[in-house]
Structures are given as structure tokens and as C-alpha cells.
Design a protein around this ligand. Structure first.
Ligand code: COA
Ligand code: AMP
Length: 635
């Protein structure tokens, strides 16, 4: 089939407002928007300004009303608990209504913030959808974050309620969430008024009498009372959620998502980008703590009337490297989405893809990869193993849906390995030099998107308009700064090569080296430090910390290194995968005192590097190289 991509992209460019007004027809509105787009402050704008809607209604009620009630909304597949559960749209709606009633009884209403700190269980999605139903704003915190990170988020969004669970299950260990939550509450300046805790069989949490409420009991009581909580009409631009993501400091950025634009963009992407139809099974093997989980485990598939897989497990070890393929075959998955790192983990254990060959993958049509650069080698391996297109696509927490990718729904374009293909309608992607001037095709530069951003993208940061402008809009006037570096070739294919800031990508997780440096520097024996991401064959990148110890300290450096590693795990969380700290005498710097992180990274990655002309003392780089060699890193 010839691709309709060029025609559709041109139609958007010719009439962007008309294009999105048409797309908005696929959503149910209490009041249909007439004002499609209004720029604000001359730079960014709001979509569907006068529209009134509700995201939960669009995800659940309308499907049940249209006869989809018996279809599975979620298939919860949990190899770590050996449970598989199908949850129909009708029964999910009943649970969500009951949870909404619980929220209302606790005095939670429109605009109030609810922190959700939960593992990959259906109750997490119920908690999200119930918030959406009453117009409350949810903020999901990934389970791999430590108490301190949770506290920062509770404080920043001034949460009134926390929904959590007794534990999560990681291979080989049970993660007790409740002590982490209790610790976070101790640290937080803002103490939420209420706590709903879901008790799991494998570990029950101690409840604080008079404060903690049992999630399941409260839900059952609300169900018995039969309270029907209708969907609260919200303005299209009212916030649906805040999702915190790494910034350049220890203070994460609260990415705000609205209701109307978000729904319109996700619904459009399900059909036209991923090429799935209502009623089909869609699986994003991510976590609800990340944007992928928000957009493509919960909201996208439900808005589109699909069945979404809620997977509690890992690509390997739960129980083996065939889990993904077993799930695709068993549940008839049509389209799947995962991170390249997951495929690298599977390939490492099962290089011949013998597990894939044992399963019936005949209903499987495409595998989508995002979250980090998809290396061509991994893509080719997956294509051979699965016999379906393996499609790289690029986006960010901020955009909420893909910026670029090969659109299966419009007909695939020729593949260029190493490129997430072409910009999707809504996005005018350019590459500019540091002064903001356009560069020639094929030249590496800063990847920017011409304003306004399409529906679904962040309108601002939570309570931080100024930071929003400073981080994304000020450097290249008229453009949104992605903080990715890359190039666009003569055919308009985009190549995303690296970040331009201090964000690193560890197993598809976005982490701030700046935040890790803040933690390292807090160790009493550390005078100075630098954290860089170095290449890792499995995780893409892993952080490595360089520590300069105070001159009056005579302790063993190995001891200090271990303490700093422990500190990062304790303050940021295990997900940081911070396992290497190296004591050095000095850090290489420019004469103006800037630490030469990129040169250190090149040395560690065994890439060619040049002595920076502005270096203060070149011999320090030799010391760094020797310290890396002593740890078996670089050459
Ligand atoms: N709750 C608590 N801890 C968590 C967690 C969670 N939800 N998720 C991860 N962790 C912990 C892990 O247990 C591990 O702890 P450890 O140091 O005690 O072993 C640490 O965080 C690092 O975890 P992870 O990044 O998962 O590394 P891993 O070595 O355990 O597994 C992979 C490697 C490749 C299998 C794994 O990273 C993976 O499945 N990646 C896919 C990533 C993905 O889907 N990303 C979503 C973006 S699209
Ligand atoms: P996150 O906000 O966690 O989704 O991370 C977004 C960042 O991950 C992007 O800015 C990129 O640096 C990186 N990223 C995501 N997808 C891709 C991709 N397909 N290719 C290259 N980098 C990617």
C-alpha cells in the first residue's frame, strides 16, 4: 500500500486548525470546541479552548454505552504473581465509579492533586481513571524512586491524597512501598490529608490507625452503596495530570497534560500512527510511572476502545526471555511498544530468538520502539526474530505522543535504520546551530520544533511558568527546544543522536546527572564531583561518578565510593542504576572552571577525543583515564 503520509502531513501544514478540528470529532464533548486554537503570550497556545469534556467518560462510559462493555479493557498479566486477569470495560467502569465515590467522600474534588505511587497492578489504573472522572489531577510516581523523590513530588504538587500499595515485586525482591511512603511523608513539608493503601497478599503493610485507609475495603463499601459518580465536566485545558520528569537540577519538572488536546492527539495516534483498530489488543510494555504508561497503557488504548495489556514483569527472568512472545501469542496482541533496552536484554539471553519461534505470532503486526535511540543492530535482530516491522519512534514526556516515526496507520515509508523516520502531523521539526540558525541537511545540531506545539504537548510546567519558558522557549525564539541533538537528511528523515543537556538515558529511563551530582556532593568527604553517562551495551547508558575527596580525609577511598553509591540509591532510588563511583585527585576543567564532562565521557566510551584548547591542566585527563582503567572502564 502506498503511504498516505505526505498527503496527510501536507493537509495538516495547509490548515493545522482544520486538521485538529477534524481530529477532535473522534472525541465526545459535553460542549464541542468552537475556538480551536488560541495563542497565549505570543509563543505557545491552548487547543480547543472552549471545549468541555471528561477523559474518563471518553475512556470508559462511551464504550460501555456503545456496546463494548463485555470486551476486556485491560488484561493484567503478571508473571511475578502467576496471575492473569481480564477486566471488562463494564467492570472497570464500575470500579472507577466506586473509587471516584471514595475520593469524593474524602473531600477530593476538581483540581485537587492525587499522588499515585503504585506497582503495575490494575488498581493503579483505577486510581488514575477515577481521578480523571472527578476532574482531580493525578501525579503518578514511578516505584523505582526513593522516598526523597516521592517527597519532592508530594510537595511540589501539594497533594491532598496519596494512593499507594503495600508492595511491588522486583525479580528476587519484594519492594515494600509503605515504609518508603511513610518516610516520604516525614520528609515532605506538605502532609497530604488522606492515604489509600492497597494491600497485596505477598506483603501486608502496617496501617496507621485513623490515617491509612484500606483501598480494597473502601472500594467494596462504595460499590455496595451503589453510588453513581457521573463524570465531571472539565474544560479542555484543565489539567488531567502532572508527570514529573528529570530536569537539569534535583528539582524535577512537573509536565502538565490537559484533557482535550491530550485525548485528540492520542486517539489520532492510535489509528493513524500505530495503525490499530478499536477492539484490537495493544501492549505497551512500560510502567504507568512513565509517560509511555500514561499515554499507551492507560489513556490511548482505552480512548480507542482497544484492549490494553497491563504487564507486571520484566523482559527477562520472569520467568525467561520468552515472556514477551508468550503474551503476544496468548492474548493476540496486534501491536506492541517497548524500549530497545528490553530487546537487548532478551537478545543477550536468547540470541537465536528460539523462544519467539515457539509461539504463534500470526496476529502480531508491528513492534514499536522508543525511549532511547534504537540501534540498527537491535532492530534488525528483532525484525528477523519476529517477522514484522520494527519501528523506531521518537518523543518525550513533554510531548506526550510521538513527534516522529514511521506511521503504520498511514502506510509505512521506506525504513532508514538509525532514524525514527519523519515528523508526524502537528510537528514542524528543524535543526539549528547554537545561534539558532538553520543548518544544512545532514548537519548535526539542536533539534527544535516550530511553535505552536500540537494538541497533547505540555502547555506549561506545574506552578512553574517561568521555568517552562526558560527551559523550552527562550533559547530559540519561536521554537520549542527538545534538548536533543540530531540531524535531518535530504529526504526529511530525522536522526536523534544525543541529549544536549545533562540528561542521560538508562535502560529507557530518563535521569538527571545534575540530580546525582547534588547527592554525591552532599557526602561530607566529597569536595567536588562530576557524574557522566557512559555507554553500556544493555542499558544504553549508565551513570558513573567522579569524586574528589576533601584533602583532610584519610579514609579508604573504596569505602567512600560505596557510601556515595548507597547515598544515590537511598536518595534517588534503585532506578538510577548508579553502581560506579571513582575517586580522583582532581577533575579536568577549562580555565574558566567548567568541568570537561564530555571529554571524560569520550575517554570512558573509547571514542576519539581532542584535547580541549581551553583546558586548564591536560595532565588531569591522564589521571582520569588511569582511574577509569583501574575500574576496567575505557582504555
Ligand atoms: N520498583 C522498584 N524498583 C524498581 C522498579 C520498580 N518499579 N523498576 C526498577 N527497579 C529497580 C530494579 O529492581 C533494580 O534494582 P537493583 O539495583 O536492586 O537490581 C534497579 O531499579 C534498576 O532496574 P532496571 O533498570 O529495571 O535494571 P535491571 O538490571 O533490573 O533490568 C532491563 C534491566 C533491561 C531488563 C530493564 O531495565 C527493563 O526491563 N527495561 C525496559 C525499560 C522500559 O520498559 N522502559 C520504559 C520506557 S519506554
Ligand atoms: P522521556 O521524556 O523519558 O520519554 O525521554 C525522552 C528522551 O529520550 C528524548 O528527549 C530522547 O533523548 C530520548 N529518546 C526517546 N525516544 C528516542 C528515539 N526513538 N531515538 C532517540 N532518542 C530517543
Amino acid at each position: 500500500m502506498a503511504s498516505r503520509y505526505s498527503e496527510v502531513y501536507a493537509a495538516w501544514k495547509a490548515d493545522p486548525h482544520g486538521f485538529w478540528a477534524d481530529a477532535a470529532q473522534a472525541i465526545d464533548w459535553f460542549k464541542k470546541p468552537e475556538r480551536i486554537f488560541e495563542p497565549e503570550r505570543g509563543t505557545y497556545g491552548h487547543w480547543f479552548v472552549d471545549g468541555v469534556t471528561n477523559t474518563c467518560y471518553n475512556c470508559l462510559d462511551r464504550h460501555v454505552e456503545a456496546g463494548r462493555g463485555e470486551q476486556a479493557a485491560f488484561i493484567y498479566d503478571s508473571p511475578v504473581t502467576h496471575r492473569i486477569e481480564k477486566i471488562s470495560y463494564a467492570s472497570l467502569l464500575a470500579d472507577v465509579k466506586a473509587m471516584a465515590a471514595v475520593y469524593c467522600k474524602l473531600g477530593i474534588g476538581k483540581g485537587d492533586r492525587i499522588i499515585i505511587y503504585m506497582p503495575m497492578i490494575p488498581q493503579a489504573a483505577i486510581a488514575m481513571l477515577a481521578a480523571a472522572r472527578i476532574g482531580a489531577v493525578h501525579s503518578v510516581v514511578f516505584g523505582g524512586f526513593a522516598a526523597n523523590e516521592l517527597a519532592v513530588r508530594i510537595d511540589d504538587c501539594q497533594a491532598k491524597l496519596v494512593v499507594s500499595a503495600s508492595c511491588g515485586l522486583e525479580p528476587g525482591r519484594t519492594v515494600a512501598y509503605k515504609p518508603l511512603l511513610d518516610q516520604a511523608i516525614e520528609i515532605a513539608g506538605n502532609k497530604p490529608a488522606h492515604y489509600l493503601i492497597f494491600q497485596r497478599d505477598m506483603l501486608t503493610a502496617d496501617m496507621l490507625p485513623g490515617r491509612d485507609i484500606d483501598f480494597a475495603e473502601a472500594l467494596a463499601a462504595a460499590k455496595e452503596a451503589g453510588e453513581d459518580v457521573p463524570s465531571t465536566p472539565v474544560a479542555s485545558n484543565d489539567p488531567l495530570y502532572v508527570l514529573y520528569t528529570s530536569g537539569t537540577t534535583g528539582q524535577p519538572k512537573g509536565v502538565v497534560r490537559d484533557n482535550g488536546g491530550h485525548m485528540v492527539a492520542l486517539k489520532w495516534s492510535m489509528e493513524n500512527f500505530f495503525g490499530v483498530r478499536p477492539g484490537e489488543v495493544f501492549w505497551a510494555a512500560s510502567d504507568i510511572g512513565w509517560v509511555v504508561g500514561h499515554s499507551y497503557i492507560v489513556y490511548g488504548p482505552l480512548l480507542h476502545g482497544c484492549t490494553s495489556i497491563l504487564f507486571e514483569g520484566k523482559p527477562v527472568g520472569t520467568p525467561d526471555a520468552g515472556t514477551y512472545w508468550r503474551i503476544i501469542a496468548e492474548h493476540g496482541v496486534a501491536v506492541m511498544f517497548t524500549a530497545p533496552t528490553a530487546l537487548r536484554a532478551i537478545r543477550k539471553e536468547d540470541p537465536d530468538a528460539s523462544h519467539a519461534a515457539r509461539h504463534d505470532l500470526s496476529r502480531f503486526r508491528a513492534l514499536y520502539l522508543a525511549g532511547e535511540r534504537a540501534d540498527p543492530d537491535t532492530i534488525r535482530w528483532a525484525e528477523r526474530a519476529l517477522g514484522v516491522p520494527v519501528i523506531d519512534h521518537w518523543w518525550q514526556t513533554e510531548t506526550g505522543w510521538p513527534v516522529a516515526g514511521n506511521p503504520m496507520g498511514l502506510g509505512l515509508l521506506p525504513v532508514k535504520y538509525g532514524s525514527p523516520a519523519v515528523p508526524l502531523p502537528g510537528y514542524d521539526v528543524r535543526v539549528v546551530d547554537d545561534a539558532g540558525h538553520p543548518v544544512e541537511a545532514g548537519t548535526l545540531g539542536n533539534v527544535v520544533i516550530k511553535l505552536p506545539l500540537p494538541p497533547g504537548c505540555l502547555p506549561t510546567l506545574w506552578n512553574a511558568d517561568h521555568r517552562f519558558h526558560a527551559a523550552y522557549l527562550e533559547e530559540y525564539p519561536g521554537f520549542y527546544k527538545t534538548a536533543d541533538a540530531g540531524y535531518i537528511d535530504e529526504d526529511g528523515y530525522i536522526f536523534i543522536m544525543a541529549r544536549t543537556d545533562d540528561i542521560i538515558n538508562v535502560a529507557g529511563h530518563r535521569l538527571s546527572t545534575g540530580a546525582m551530582e547534588e547527592v554525591c556532593a552532599s557526602h561530607p568527604d566529597v569536595a567536588e564531583c562530576a557524574v557522566i553517562g557512559i555507554a553500556d551495551p544493555l542499558k544504553g547508558q549508565v551513570p558513573t561518578g567522579f569524586l574528589v575527596i576533601n584533602s583532610n580525609v584519610s579514609r579508604e577511598t573504596a569505602e567512600i565510593e560505596q557510601e556515595v553509591i548507597g547515598l544515590v540509591r537511598e536518595r534517588i532510588g534503585p532506578v538510577a542504576a548508579f553502581r560506579t563511583a571513582i575517586c580522583v585527585k582532581r577533575l579536568p576543567k577549562t580555565r574558566s572552571g567548567k568541568i570537561l564532562r564530555s571529554t571524560m565521557q569520550k575517554i570512558a566510551d573509547r571514542q576519539p577525543w581532542k584535547m580541549p584548547a581551553t583546558i586548564d591542566d591536560p595532565t588531569i585527563l591522564d589521571e582520569v583515564a588511569a582511574a577509569l582503567r583501574a575500574k576496567g572502564i575505557g582504555v
